[in-house]
Design a protein around this ligand. Structure first.
Ligand code: FDA
Length: 474
């Protein structure tokens, strides 16, 4: 059987939020689309899981108030949101190892550290306000800010270790998910400007505000339903993208039929002829596709300097949210702890809209600590993680009814979490070219967004932007 061949105005590679938003907006504008997706599901880095009967958001889940394009899409799709639980005290573990219960917006550190943290937050806010998230490379000192690691820069600003570690946590462990020596000050400022301010990143009640009832993947599932099964091909990674074919349809995307068992079916496959292509996959995966003819040297260089960070998202489900009995919100911060952040992630039942009786905690283990975890056996890993959580939130944390680790680093079609950032010097050197179309090929994903960078909102914005550009051309 020869590969099936279809013709559309636009072929979209990747059925994550960016690709599906682009496809839906193009369709609404009267254009025909085909979405080719490697996985056997839509949603990309958003994924609703059912682990032993417990609902788990394996990937992206939170929406903050500045993420207005995503919020509007959620509403348009008829979905609803609910607030993260945040009543009660939080937990902070200081550098000396003391675990302290506190209330309010500032960590319970000594007066000098509080003042230093406030000063650094103010400084980061000031610098952030000077940076346009859509064009950080245009800042007059972009090259200079891109040549120094965030860690080295922070060291020039303060000698207070605890203040420095805490400021780092908000950008490194909690956002870019790389060690703070691995990205530049400019990259850090893109992260904070994309969220409106550095103060927003520090404020967990802002940045981790709402969740979609039924899970964030519902956004992609809702879009896919509108786009229609006939226009989405799952389990078909695009292997070859020809973009200088003769005639009115210069694009030919060749996708392999890839079974759920990981075995390719040489008899199957799909070829899509199109006027335009949208690569809606993270930049670290561009080179998984053979471009014919090849991309130019700038593209080749640029793509090699964008890489995903790494974080393990820990899910621990308990028969009840035991921490609330002690007046705790579930929120914990501990830079030096294996699990650096914990939040109450208790679910709401989509059928009733009521909060479930079971309690869920979600925790995060970032970059080098995540590497370390994968050197352990499964049992050792679980024990280390639950011990670290118990140290912060209580002994009962050691006995979840369900325990699951989101391991995106092992996912063939993602290879890290949450998203991509440039290595030192890359953002100022190549950033201005990252959206440039190559002939009929356009690029859309959260990793190259300005506002909403690294987030689902950024993916939606990129999808909409590229759809608008192509609608004008078609
Ligand atoms: P995405 O990666 O989602 O989609 C790309 C698609 O392309 C995938 O489906 C992939 O399979 C497919 N693909 C790749 N190569 C292909 C090929 N050759 N052929 C065909 N298909 C191909 N965001 C947020 O807003 N709030 C949050 O709380 C979080 N938290 C979070 C936690 C974790 C653990 C992760 C991993 C991520 C988040 N995020 C997040 C980030 C958010 O999930 C992410 O920014 C968006 O899903 C990105 O959407 P895109 O469509 O750009 O890429």
């Amino acid at each position: 059987m020869a590969p099936q061949e279809i013709t559309r105005d636009v072929v979209i590679i990747g059925a994550g939020p960016a690709g599906l938003t682009a496809a839906y907006r193009l369709q609404q504008a009267g254009h025909s689309v085909a979405v080719l997706e490697a996985r056997h599901r839509v949603g990309g880095r958003t994924w609703n899981g059912d682990i032993d009967g417990a609902f788990i958001e394996i990937g992206g889940q939170w929406i903050s108030p500045d993420q207005t394009e995503l919020a509007a899409l959620v509403k348009e799709l008829g979905l609803t949101t609910f607030d993260r639980y945040r009543e009660g005290d939080s937990i902070y573990k200081n550098l000396a190892g003391d675990v302290i219960q506190y209330n309010g917006d500032t960590f319970p550190v000594d007066e000098a550290t509080t003042a230093e943290m406030q000063r650094l937050i103010g400084l980061m806010d000031k610098l952030t306000a000077e940076v346009d998230p859509a064009a950080p490379w245009e800042h007059p000192r972009a090259k200079e800010y891109d040549a120094i690691s965030f860690r080295e820069w922070l060291k020039t600003q303060t000698d207070n270790d605890e203040a420095r570690n805490n400021i780092s946590l908000f950008i490194a462990g909690a956002m870019l998910t790389k060690p703070e020596h691995a990205f530049s000050l400019l990259q850090a400022l893109l992260m904070s400007s994309s969220a409106g301010s550095f103060s927003h990143l520090v404020d967990e009640d802002f940045i981790l505000d709402k969740r979609v009832l039924g899970g964030m993947q519902k956004v992609s599932l809702g879009l896919a339903e509108k786009i229609g099964d006939d226009n989405i091909v799952l389990g078909h990674p695009v292997r070859v993208l020809r973009w200088q074919e003769e005639g009115d349809y210069p694009v030919l995307a060749e996708a392999e039929d890839f079974g759920e068992d990981g075995v390719a079916n040489p008899e199957g496959g799909v070829k899509v002829r199109a006027q335009y292509a949208i690569m809606a996959v993270p930049p670290n995966l561009y080179s998984r596709v053979s471009f014919v003819p090849s991309l130019d040297r700038r593209q080749h260089q640029m793509h090699q300097h964008q890489s995903l960070g790494l974080v393990i998202k820990v899910h621990a489900v308990y028969d009840r949210p035991f921490w609330r009995d002690r007046g705790l919100s579930g929120t914990c911060f501990a830079c030096e702890n294996l699990v650096q952040e914990i939040y109450d992630n208790t679910n709401y039942d989509p059928a009733t809209g009521e909060e479930e009786t079971r309690g869920t905690l979600v925790g995060f283990i970032s970059d080098e600590k995540a590497d370390l975890m994968f050197t352990l056996s499964e049992e050792e890993r679980k024990t280390a993680i639950l011990d670290a959580m118990a140290e912060l939130i209580g002994e009962e944390a050691k006995n979840p009814v369900t325990f699951y680790l989101s391991d995106w680093g092992a996912e063939e079609w993602t290879r890290g979490a949450y998203a991509a950032s440039y290595d030192l010097g890359g953002l100022s050197r190549w950033g201005q070219y990252q959206h440039d179309p190559v002939g009929p090929i356009h690029w859309a994903c959260s990793d190259i967004a300005g506002e909403g960078y690294q987030h689902v909102d950024g993916a939606v914005r990129m999808g909409q932007q590229v759809a608008k550009q192509l609608s004008e051309k078609l």
